[in-house]
Design a protein. Sequence first.
Lengths: 364, 364
Amino acid sequence: MPIQDIDTPALIIDLDSFEHNLNLMSKSVASLGVAHRPHAKTHKSPVIARKQIAVGAVGQCCQKVSEAEILVAGGVDDVLVSNQVVGQQKLERLAGLARHAKIGVCVDNLENIGAINAASSKFGSQIDVLVEIDIGAGRCGVVPGAPAVKLAEAIESMSHLKFSGLQAYQGRAQHIRGFSERKVAIEKASEYVLKTIKLLGGAGIDCPRVTGGGTGTYQFEAGTGVWDEIQAGSYCFMDVDYGLNLTEDGNYFDTFQNSLFVLATVMSIPNKERAVLDAGHKASAIDSGLPKVMDLPDVEFVSASDEHGTLTLGRNAPKLSLGQKIRLIPGHCDPTVNLHDWYVGVRNNIVESIWPVAARGAAF
Amino acid sequence: MPIQDIDTPALIIDLDSFEHNLNLMSKSVASLGVAHRPHAKTHKSPVIARKQIAVGAVGQCCQKVSEAEILVAGGVDDVLVSNQVVGQQKLERLAGLARHAKIGVCVDNLENIGAINAASSKFGSQIDVLVEIDIGAGRCGVVPGAPAVKLAEAIESMSHLKFSGLQAYQGRAQHIRGFSERKVAIEKASEYVLKTIKLLGGAGIDCPRVTGGGTGTYQFEAGTGVWDEIQAGSYCFMDVDYGLNLTEDGNYFDTFQNSLFVLATVMSIPNKERAVLDAGHKASAIDSGLPKVMDLPDVEFVSASDEHGTLTLGRNAPKLSLGQKIRLIPGHCDPTVNLHDWYVGVRNNIVESIWPVAARGAAF
């Protein structure tokens, strides 16, 4: 089936670009000497997870127990929940899951460590526990240094938990546009990590792993020699927001190709300056900016409502026709994927695959 | 089950407030002398649609064929797609559906009218067609007046279509904060509608219905005497954005109660000034602003990422505990509902019902 016959709005993967990205990252992390544990919060798909693992990834990260359940059910046997899991219901699911796969989780709270151990004990499973330190993101995580050591000691004292290292993700650095500013942010973050590792060593605790890093910064984390494992996920799809980062030579970051698109239909052309697409908030997430129109010069996506995307047609815009299908690059890939139930994989404009977004809505 | 046992993030309906809103709107439209066709793009649920119809609504609106299919399958027998439907695949589904329920659709394009008729002919069904006029929203719709008459004439000339009136929705007016400014916007819009009705009359075409209006303005549309039917949908849930509108006496618009909440768990308390919830972009849509924390003074939801919501805790904030569950009022109800698979209905803090968000993701 040609791409033009796909009903819209639809989430499209350009398979050539997608595979290019997977292979490029595989080579990149190999040359940098770090492990790669891609973040499944981007793709939400065991199909894609297995493809990443096939080219060298050591497993997957995710943020929620429900995502981990879907990954394990889909054939992934090493999953790190790179996030805190709080509440008995969730912890019992996590502990049960740890009987079926290697499961890790992050902590930033003493009480939570006891609760995880109680759940693991109940299920007779073992959970790898990493201490999350806040290296500048200002979200979760303990202050680097002594507070992290205290948590590591608590983990070590538990019957069913294993201290497995540090979760150190500088989320705020991912979209710092300037190359050197982004690099400096990670170098600063690395000092916090090193300080913590040193204090852990002083307390007789080995730090088996430092994990973190995203598509915007993974080369810097790897370059510091402090991180063992990087978690970049968006590289497989890219989006408008990551495309605005700058590389060392001042160009836009296009090392990885845009492989993810929302296909939309022109459903109204009220006048020469305006056309309306059938794709709005329900088809493309706008938390990090509006989507961008592919291939059509002087056509700009200027506003979204729930079901509509409004385009302005400039002087040099081609004439659009009712029913014409247009590709949009999402502003932010992860939450855009979460709006769709399946990916339509396309190669040379022919539909090749349908992959469920199996962990769509898996927020619990 | 008490509300505190619901795993999070979860979409909660306070059933008392929800029923209050349904009954209040039922009385309001009756006293205003207009029909009510609530917009299902808010709730995406045949269960709720049937409850609205039970208290007097004449049917439902929706924006997409896939929503209409789900409404009809769920027992709603009168559905207006208050939007353009473009493309043979969608039109054939619409025409097929018209064999099972009374179906209406909007047009703003001559070519589209022929395509709708071709689909209806193929299925031997009849579709009610309304002409959408742009009364200030600047999205879809033809210019009021002569262009609308031309389309109405074309509809009348078709074998399987029936001209059924004007779709006239001033989307931009819904969230104008000031009462009188909002009223003026609708009064101005009403002139465009009247002008079009007059021209239709001059061409010998009766306009059987004018439909439009939302939760922010429906009283004004009804007050002009020009609209026969109002489409307000958000009134059943309300959200932060609608709550910022002002009433005639300058107070915040709280005629309808907040009945929709995202229940979230405190998953991290890094310090005295900050706590983190397990609900971010995947649990509450932020296109019209951030969610608002219920019941907790001096606690503010200040930022969202995909899976996290960050709270700042002011001086007068109560002490939060890990695992504590907190209700959020969504910034914008419609796209928030679209992130969830079910509603948990709660009365007096006890879970009473689970209703599927049956048209979640129905964007095609």
